[in-house]
Structures are given as structure tokens and as C-alpha cells.
Design a protein around this ligand. Structure first.
Ligand SMILES: [Zn+2]
Length: 270
């Protein structure tokens, strides 16, 4: 396993594919702030350093989001974090590269099919965290079985450090799943879930190239999932860096999955 530390790799792009604008009902980043991040890399005197930003508002795609994406192709991604229903529970699913808004409260599978039918990217936010409408283990497995889901969030920037480290569960699931199914990889990603400008810049995934709808981004094995996260006030910071070696044997990968999950938990508890 190659461990990479993001600050040492200047050629990698930093992507944060889970952010909320002021069009979300619970508030978010001002559209002018998105513009400042893209244009200047700065916000309020702070260096943000995010190259690719997904705007994933709750159940809506704002006109301003579409305009920004047209203005900054490849750097602003049109997304939506849509509320869906699975077995009478609310579950949030993110779609990226969407042209059509997905209607809220439809069955989860229908919403995923609607994302895929548009050529979009399916990203599972805050998995395992049922209190925050994250997909359950059962649903994650079923989604994986039925569809080519692209990404699972192994670190959410708003996850509270606690014994219930849902990101570690997701990390374990993704490591093991990728180890056992090399032809059907799921990218492990980190998203800030920022609902304001204070939350952006600390949590991101590094990518080798700008995402384009016609590439296989992000579902390929040669990816890096790097988490560098802080709470909204910036006090706590954890770093996880991972890289999947394509030629590593399965047993070693599974061992690595267990270690990665444990390491993530330990980092949080420290
Ligand atoms: Zn969110």
C-alpha cells in the first residue's frame, strides 16, 4: 500500500463533490463564494484549494448552479442530494452531472435509475448514518448488486467524531468490495457536506484529472481517497490517505481493509 499525503502532491486535483449552496433549505455557501473559490482559490482571506466542486443541494438544482457550471465547466459540477424512500425510511442519494432535477420522495431505486438514465454519477453520502438519512448496509449492498454505483463517501466532513464512526464502516465495505470485485470498483470519496463557507476546504478527494461526463470517472481502481478533515471551527483534524494497488492479492487487500477501518476509528478516538 502506498500512502500518499495530499499536501505533498501538487499535481493532483482536489475535489469536494458534496457541498450545499444557499439554495438548500438548511442554508449553504453563497453563489458568490463558489465563484471566489474557483476564481481566486481564496475565501475571506483563507486559502481553500479545492479545484472541483460539486453543488449538491437538497432536492433542488438551482438556476445559479447551472449557470456556474456553464461558466466553469469541469470545475463546478451540477448535482443534487435527493431524498428518496427505501422501506419507508428516508435515504439521501447524490447524483452528479445531472441535467434534470430528480423529484424528491420517490423510491430509492427509481431515483438511482433516473440518475443513471441521465448519464449521471451515483454517489452515496454519509452511508450507515441512519440518523442523517444515510443508506443502510442492506441498501448499500443492494444498490451495488443492482447498479453500477460510482462512489461511496468514506468520510463526511460533518460526521461527529464518536464511537459510531460510520466512515470507517463505509471504508471497510468499500475496501472489501473492491478487493473481491475488481471489475466493478466503487470510488471511495470524501465530501465536506459543507453548509457554509466555513466548512469548505478541509475535506476532499484527490483526482488525477478533471471529471468529464464521458470518462469513467470516478469508477476505476486507480483512485486516491484522501481525507483531510476538520470540524467547522477547524479545531480537529484527521488525515487518512489510501491508494489501492491493482496487483495486490485479495488476502492482503482484505487484511488492509480491516486495518484501514481500525485505523480510521483510532484516528477519531485519539
Ligand atoms: Zn449533504
Amino acid at each position: 500500500m502506498k500512502n500518499l499525503y495530499v499536501h505533498g502532491i501538487e499535481t493532483m486535483l482536489r475535489a469536494d463533490l458534496h457541498t450545499h449552496s444557499e439554495a438548500s433549505y438548511d442554508g449553504g455557501i453563497a453563489f458568490d463564494d463558489y465563484r471566489a473559490i474557483v476564481e481566486d482559490g481564496q475565501l475571506g482571506g483563507r486559502t481553500i484549494g479545492i479545484d472541483v466542486i460539486g453543488i449538491t443541494d437538497h432536492d433542488v438544482i438551482a438556476d445559479e448552479t447551472r449557470e456556474l457550471a456553464r461558466e466553469y465547466p469541469g470545475r463546478i459540477i451540477v448535482g443534487e442530494e435527493v431524498t428518496t424512500i427505501y422501506k419507508e425510511q428516508k435515504v439521501e442519494i447524490i447524483g452528479h452531472e445531472l441535467s434534470e432535477e430528480i423529484v424528491r420522495d420517490m423510491p430509492t431505486f427509481e431515483a438511482v435509475e433516473s440518475i443513471l438514465a441521465q448519464g449521471g454519477i451515483v454517489y452515496i453520502p454519509h452511508p450507515y448514518d441512519s440518523a442523517r438519512k444515510g443508506a443502510s448496509d442492506e441498501l448499500i449492498r443492494e444498490l451495488y448488486r443492482r447498479y453500477d454505483i460510482h462512489a461511496i463517501e468514506v468520510k463526511n466532513g460533518r460526521e461527529r467524531p464518536s464511537l459510531r464512526n460510520y466512515g470507517a464502516f463505509a471504508l471497510n465495505w468499500a475496501f472489501a468490495t473492491n478487493a473481491l470485485n475488481e471489475d466493478k470498483p466503487v470510488a471511495m470519496m470524501a465530501g465536506s457536506d459543507a453548509h457554509g463557507s466555513a466548512g469548505i476546504g478541509y475535506t476532499y478527494t484527490t483526482l488525477k484529472e478533471y471529471p468529464q461526463p464521458d470518462t469513467d470517472y470516478p469508477a476505476h481502481t486507480d483512485y486516491h481517497a484522501i481525507v483531510d478533515s476538520a470540524d467547522r471551527s477547524g479545531h480537529q483534524r484527521m488525515v487518512f490517505a489510501g491508494y489501492i494497488e491493482p496487483f495486490m492479492n485479495k488476502r492482503r487487500k482484505l487484511k488492509q481493509a480491516r486495518q484501514a477501518g481500525r485505523a480510521a476509528v483510532e484516528t477519531v478516538l485519539r
